[in-house]
Design a protein around this ligand. Sequence first.
Ligand SMILES: [Mg+2]
Length: 137
Amino acid sequence: MFAKDTHILVVDDSLNIRRLIMDTLQKMGFSKIATAEEANEAFSKIVSFSTTPTPVQLVLSDLNMPGPSGLEFLKQVRAHEVFKTLPFILITTESEKGAVIEAAVNGVSGYIVKPFNVDTLTKRMREAHAKHFPSKA
Ligand SMILES: [Mg+2]
């Protein structure tokens, strides 16, 4: 599982959902959480944190946002040499199954269907971690 000091970036256009995800992560013991409300802001944060002692180590991104979608954001991240292997979990709804398949092709680390609870988020993060760091699983 990701260490409790993992720097996590939460991306969602809904303030309520950003808060909900942050609360859930805090309940799980994570405290280094950054947020963005759309993909361009999120990508800028990933880039600017990458040259600091606390680069983003996990992205939890909404799929459906104004501006670039979570899928476009994923492609942008994966196209960048430095972020090719950055763990990236997509947050979707039940009706967005088609995008999940496309995301899988584009190297998504996992996905979570809204609404979710602490147990689901824990499980999905554990799976994503195991995928990226098989020896530490
Ligand atoms: Mg949304």
